[in-house]
Design a protein around this ligand. Structure first.
Ligand code: SF4
Length: 327
């Protein structure tokens, strides 16, 4: 049985977990290629105009797997932790895809709603596993193995490895980097790069932002390198609890970066048309201004964003870092 997993959205957060689970149950996992122009163009054509860029890209990845999988893994993600939600666009994905695209393989569209407690996750694993075997013990063993791989993945990210190389190390799925190693070493400046993983780590969407910064002497630290408990503690300093998981990561990591003396600036990457980010982004910028006046760059990405404009803005940002260092 071939299970297709789109290399988009929560791929950058959970792929090693899903890969280990399905592989342990005897399935072959097929991943769509790294995002490219054809994938983006197909996604833009297939998705509704109002969709944000990462959702359009997801459509493209689903189409890239159309003839390569017997089942497509498109879970209905409602909540991945207690008392918090994922963006509503994730919840509606299976329906949106079915309504907009034809001739797709059958979906594994299991409801993932851990809002009431993480113990529900076992039910989710059993529901998905039953599509491959009736042997409950085998499903539970596969789940246990998948969780161990996931813990290892999180530890690799917290040690500073980017998701691409960490995924490659754990699953053998090549990350497809164009210029390996760039943006990974120590730089002249250290910058907190905040945003959703599917924007930061997809080199096509971000126009290789991490590599670009690396070539300008900027080393980046991302939210995935910060332990979850630190993010939670920082986000809890807000007067009102944020109930968006991704928004909380963004705010918590920014507040953490603002306290670190080794951080010289902050870049917030967002998608044009992202409802949650328009709110959280404003919070992040205001906090940055109020707490510690670090150079701050806000980048919005959509399918029209040009490389030249992005490069100019990034260079202006590094000029600001250099100017501050010279003061
Ligand atoms: S959080 Fe924003 S960028 Fe992410 S899927 Fe939702 S609307 Fe799109």
């Amino acid at each position: 049985m071939r299970i297709g997993i789109p290399r988009a959205l929560f791929y950058y957060y959970y792929f090693p977990l899903w890969h280990a689970f399905f592989t342990a149950l005897g399935a072959k996992v097929e991943v769509s290629p790294p995002t490219n122009k054809a994938i983006l163009d197909q996604g833009v054509r297939g998705a509704v105009d109002e969709a944000c860029l990462p959702i359009k890209v997801y459509y493209g990845h689903v189409l890239a797997l159309r003839n390569k999988a017997d089942l497509l893994f498109v879970p209905r993600l409602v909540s991945v932790e207690p008392k918090a939600y994922i963006c509503p666009k994730f919840m509606g994905l299976p329906d949106m895809l079915r309504a907009g695209l034809r001739d797709l393989p059958r979906f594994i569209d299991t409801n993932v709603n851990l809002r009431q407690g993480t113990e529900k996750v076992l039910e989710v694993a059993l529901e998905m596993g039953r599509l491959l075997t009736r042997n409950k013990r085998q499903i539970l063993a596969a789940w246990e193995k998948a969780q161990a791989v996931y813990q290892h993945y999180v530890a690799l990210l917290e040690s500073g490895l980017r998701p691409g190389p960490a995924i490659e190390r754990l699953t053998g799925v090549p990350e497809g980097r164009r210029r390996r190693g760039e943006g990974e070493g120590p730089g002249r400046w250290k910058v907190g790069l905040v945003g959703h993983g599917y924007n930061l780590y997809d080199e096509y969407i971000s126009m290789d932002l991490i590599g670009r910064l690396g070539r300008l002497g900027v080393e980046v630290v991302t939210p995935d390198q910060i332990p979850g408990a630190v993010i939670e503690t920082e986000a809890a300093r807000l007067p009102k609890r944020l109930f968006w998981t991704l928004g909380k990561r963004l705010v918590g990591s920014t507040l953490h970066f603002l306290q670190r003396p080794d951080i010289d600036g902050i870049i917030h990457v967002s998608s044009f048309g992202c409802g949650p980010d328009s709110l959280v982004g404003d919070l992040v910028e205001r906090f940055s201004q109020r707490t510690r006046k670090l150079p701050f760059l806000y980048l919005t990405l959509d399918e029209q964003t040009g490389e030249a404009g992005l490069q100019t803005r990034v260079e202006a940002f590094t000029d600001m870092l250099a100017w501050r260092a010279a003061q």
